[in-house]
Design a protein around this ligand. Structure first.
Ligand code: AMP
Length: 587
């Protein structure tokens, strides 16, 4: 099939902004296509060669494309750059340059879609030394045979700038009309796409084998399932109303969504955007191999950065250090993670996506061998606004973003690739930085693990309440300490160890070790939040809620100049909370 037919269709698509017209043009193109190239055309119109999860990209740098263009057109770099500057688009610059050349030369070779696809594929897969030369030569070859218009789209395709604006849904609709009988076939085609994330494969099966076989497509390990998405509501009242008064509330962890695929001893991990991210998480791969009971499984989890010594969750930003090609081993050690699994979609050949959530959840419990690194999302069935609010605060207090509230009716299927009201997220609509440090009193400690074994992993810190003359807990802090701090503090605190909680300490948490409230440390946190587990200013603005400092970090300052009564007092913490709220309303 001639590439010119595609280039023509691209030209028409570019000229319209109407989705219906775009669909019609695509339908025409697909109908004029021989069966064995439909899949290739589907990929090409989206500027791809394969589905995203294969991770094969054409990705030619602009510089290399210009080099190829010079070779193919015989024109000077300065002329090309001048046109590029004028138009801001290398595709247009290419068209102009080749048009000038074609006036004087005549080429008879016709570009076919098959040849273009193979050439692009070769470029995408060439690596190692000499790759640049090979890619330039292949691209120059294509450009020499191309008409100016074809060359425009070729250049845009290889540099990742095709951007025809054909959304998946438009392509699905065009396929339904062209090969599924009519628009009504879209639902089945979409379902097939949602479970395999490969539009080309669905198209191929549709044109070769028909709609019935598309309907029979099933989930396969190593083909990522398009993720189910959540709606959002601002208040617990509205959420409960939507669920007719009852739902399953789950911690909404603040990390990266990972879809885990396992078959025998092979494990692949896919991101929310369905890219294969296995190479970033060799530790997760090992974990899955050891802790998953099933031969085959597909499940979803949130991957969260944690403090290995305390088990506490760390802010999302820390996970970003894992996004790298080199130095992974080092990053694994520096930024350890835990997985919090929340859904099971497939197990040992069985598709669970059409089962209600409670069944999927029960199967998830059976499939995973939980440990510190592989956990299942904390959850609770809630019937009242108060329960939902308390659980929300508990989640925030433990470092989560809020809650995911989920339907537990018999219709609570996994809606692959869709956003719906079966899941509703409840996040805070504010977030602000804590700008000031606090000076807090060490009242207790928790035993350390890993490198901190034998010392304290985290300290329980309190603010001072002068009215009650009590120390009220505000946070558990295990971050910001150097190895020397850990050793010094262990030694320093020995003289203050007492057998049970000090009578002037108000705590709902059980520490492993209690101290006389003497040592004062300076701490900076991310923000002040309401908390059902910390006693600081309990009930001051909400019943059964105290205040906590989220993501606390020791600044390195021992406030030996301060007596415990000089520590930040509990009212000041409330004031910090209120000033944060003000900052938000001002914004
Ligand atoms: P958002 O990104 O704010 O739209 O929220 C949806 C994201 O929350 C999902 O894509 C997951 O990455 C994440 N998440 C965290 N915890 C859960 C959970 N328990 N259930 C579902 N999604 C969760």
């Amino acid at each position: 099939m001639d590439y010119a037919i595609i280039a023509d269709a691209y030209g028409k698509i570019e000229a319209t902004t109407k989705r219906l017209e775009m669909t019609d043009i695509l339908v025409d193109l697909l109908k004029n296509t021989s069966k064995d190239v439909v899949a290739k055309i589907i990929y090409l119109t989206q500027g791809k060669l394969y589905p995203d999860f294969m991770g094969i990209e054409i990705g030619i740098a602009e510089k290399l494309a210009i080099k190829a263009l010079i070779r193919a057109s015989g024109r000077k770099e300065s002329e090309i750059l001048a046109d590029l500057q004028k138009t801001g688009d290398l595709g247009l610059a290419t068209e102009i340059q080749l048009a000038k050349k074609k006036q004087s030369t005549f080429f008879s070779k016709v570009l076919t879609v098959e040849h273009v696809y193979e050439s692009l594929d070769k470029m995408a897969k060439t690596t190692g030394s000499g790759a640049v030369d090979t890619k330039t030569a292949v691209l120059a070859g294509l450009l020499s045979d191309a008409s100016p218009k074809e060359a425009k789209y070729l250049i845009r395709t290889v540099t990742g700038n095709l951007r025809l604006g054909i959304a998946d849904m438009t392509a699905l609709e065009a396929l339904a009309i062209a090969y599924g009988g009519n628009k009504d076939a879209r639902g089945s085609i979409e379902r097939a796409y949602n479970i395999c994330s490969d539009l080309g494969r669905v198209a191929d099966i549709l044109v070769r084998e028909g709609l019935e076989l598309v309907k029979n497509m099933h989930i396969m390990v190593f083909e990522p399932i398009r993720p189910m998405l959540a709606e959002r509501l601002p208040s617990p009242e509205e959420i409960l109303e939507k669920f007719n008064g009852k739902c399953l509330a789950e911690y909404k962890y603040d990390g990266e969504r990972i879809q885990v695929h396992k078959q025998a001893n092979i494990v692949n991990l896919y991101s929310r955007r369905l890219e294969n991210i296995s190479s970033q998480y060799p530790d997760v791969i090992e974990l899955i191999k050891k802790q998953v009971n099933a031969r085959e499984a597909i499940f979803e989890a949130e991957c969260v950065a944690v403090d290995i010594e305390t088990g506490d969750m760390r802010p999302f930003q820390e996970l970003m250090h894992r996004r790298r090609k080199y130095g992974i081993e080092n990053a694994i050690e520096k930024y350890p993670i835990s997985l919090f699994a929340f859904d099971l979609l497939f197990v040992n050949g069985k598709d669970l996506t059409r089962e209600p959530l409670t069944n999927r959840r029960a199967a998830l419990e059976e499939t995973l061998n939980k440990n510190v690194q592989l956990q299942i999302a904390t959850q609770k069935t809630v019937n009242t606004v108060k329960e939902l609010e308390d659980f929300f605060e508990q989640a925030i207090g433990e470092g989560c973003e809020g809650l995911m509230c989920k339907s537990i009716t018999k219709d609570s299927v996994y809606q692959a690739g869709n956003r719906g009201w079966l899941w509703i997220k409840y996040k805070r609509d504010y977030k602000s930085e804590m700008t000031d440090t606090c000076d807090l009193v060490v009242v207790g400690a928790f035993h350390g693990r890993g490198k901190r074994a034998g010392a304290y992993g985290a300290l329980l810190l309190a603010s001072y309440n002068p009215e009650k003359d009590m120390f009220e807990t505000t946070t558990k802090c295990g971050t910001g300490f150097t190895e020397k701090d850990i050793a010094d503090l262990h030694k320093m605190l020995q003289s203050y160890v007492i057998v049970r909680r000090h009578t002037r300490v108000l705590s709902m948490m059980e520490a492993d070790v209690w101290f006389e409230p003497v040592v004062v440390l300076e701490v900076l946190g991310a923000e002040v939040t309401l908390s059902p587990i910390h006693t600081c200013s309990m009930d001051a603005i909400r019943k059964s809620s105290g205040f906590a400092i989220r993501f606390p970090r020791f600044t390195g300052k021992y406030r030996t100049d301060k007596s415990p009564q000089d520590a930040t007092n509990s009212k000041e913490i409330v004031a910090m909370y209120q000033s944060q709220l003000k900052q938000i309303t001002v914004k």
